[in-house]
Design a protein around this ligand. Structure first.
Ligand SMILES: NC(=O)c1ccc[n+]([C@@H]2O[C@H](COP(=O)([O-])OP(=O)(O)OC[C@H]3O[C@@H](n4cnc5c(N)ncnc54)[C@H](OP(=O)(O)O)[C@@H]3O)[C@@H](O)[C@H]2O)c1
Length: 229
C-alpha cells in the first residue's frame, strides 16, 4: 500500500534522506521545511513517489495548524518528528545560553507533541498509524555523560512525552516510538560521527516498517536494538 508520510525538518540531514527514501519507495511524502527552497533539487531528482512541500517552523503553532489544514481530511500513515536543534554552543556549567535552551525545548520537546496532536485526525484514518520522534541516546537517563545540558534535557523530556503518548494512543491503535538515529555525519553530528546519513536513514526506515503495537512505547535505535530509557 502506498503510504502518506509526513516528515519535519526535511531540508537537510537525516530528514532529507528519509524523504528521498520514502519517495523512492513510491510513497506520498509531505516534507515540512522552514525554507521550501531547500528541497527544490530533491523535487526534481527523486523516485516514484509524490512530494508535497509545506513551510513549517515547528515552533510556530499557526504553521503546524496550516500543515494540518493543508492535509485536510487525508490519511497519514507515518509521522516522523525529525526536526531538532542542539541548543546552542554555550551549554556548560559556567556558561549557559538560556535562550538557546528554551529554543531546544520548543523544537525538540514541545513541537513533536504539537505536531502529533495536530495530525491525530489524519493518523486515525490509517490502518496502522505510526508516530516516530527522533530523540537521542544523549537523552537517555541510563547514560552517565557530562555536558550538553540543553540538548540532553530536551531529548530526555521528548522520550517521556513519547512514552506517555504511546500509552494514551494505544486504545486508538497508534504506534508511538522515540528513536535514536545513531551518531550520524550530518551538520549536527559532525564529520567524526560514526555512521553515514545513508546507513542511519535506511536503518530507520527498516526498523519503522517492522514496528507493531508490541513495540510501541519503547525506545529504539536505527539498527533495531532497544535502547534503555
Ligand atoms: N546527527 C546525530 O548524530 C543525531 C544523533 C541523535 C539524534 N539526532 C536527532 O536526529 C534529528 C535529525 O538531526 P540531523 O542530524 O539531521 O540534524 P541537522 O543536520 O542539524 O538537521 C536538523 C533539521 O532540523 C530542522 N529544524 C531545526 N529547527 C527547526 C524548526 N524550528 N522548525 C523546523 N525544522 C527545524 C533543520 O531545518 P533548517 O535547515 O531550517 O535549519 C534541519 O532540517 C534531530 O532531531 C536530532 O536531534 C541526531
Amino acid at each position: 500500500m502506498r503510504k502518506t508520510v509526513v516528515i519535519t525538518g526535511a531540508g537537510r540531514g537525516s530528514g532529507r534522506r528519509l524523504v528521498e527514501l520514502y519517495l523512492d519507495a513510491g510513497d506520498q511524502v509531505v516534507a515540512g521545511v522552514r525554507d521550501p527552497a531547500a528541497v527544490r533539487e530533491l523535487q526534481h531528482g527523486s523516485g516514484d513517489g509524490d512530494l508535497e512541500v509545506c513551510a513549517l517552523d515547528v515552533r510556530d503553532g499557526g504553521a503546524v495548524q496550516r500543515l494540518a489544514d493543508a492535509l485536510g481530511g487525508r490519511r497519514v500513515d507515518l509521522l516522523i518528528n525529525n526536526a531538532g536543534v542542539m541548543g546552542g554552543d554555550r551549554q556548560s556549567l559556567d556558561d549557559m545560553d538560556y535562550d538557546a535552551w528554551r529554543d531546544a525545548l520548543e523544537v525538540n520537546t514541545l513541537a513533536p507533541f504539537r505536531v502529533t496532536t495536530a495530525l491525530l485526525p489524519n493518523l486515525a484514518q490509517a490502518p496502522q498509524p505510526k508516530i516516530i520522534t527522533l530523540t537521542s541516546q544523549m537523552g537517555s537517563l541510563s547514560r552517565n555523560s557530562p555536558g550538553a545540558f540543553a540538548y540532553r534535557s530536551s531529548k530526555a523530556a521528548a522520550n517521556k512525552v513519547m512514552q506517555v503518548l504511546a500509552l494514551e494512543l494505544k486504545a486508538r491503535g497508534m504506534i508511538v516510538c522515540p528513536m535514536h538515529p545513531g551518531w550520524v555525519r550530518t551538520d549536527m553530528g559532525g564529520p567524526n560521527a560514526t555512521i553515514s546519513v545513508e546507513d542511519s536513514a535506511r536503518g530507520l526506515v527498516e526498523v519503522i516498517e517492522r514496528l507493531g503495537m508490541a513495540e510501541s512505547g519503547r525506545f529504539w535505535t536505527w539498527d533495531g536494538a532497544e535502547h534503555p530509557w
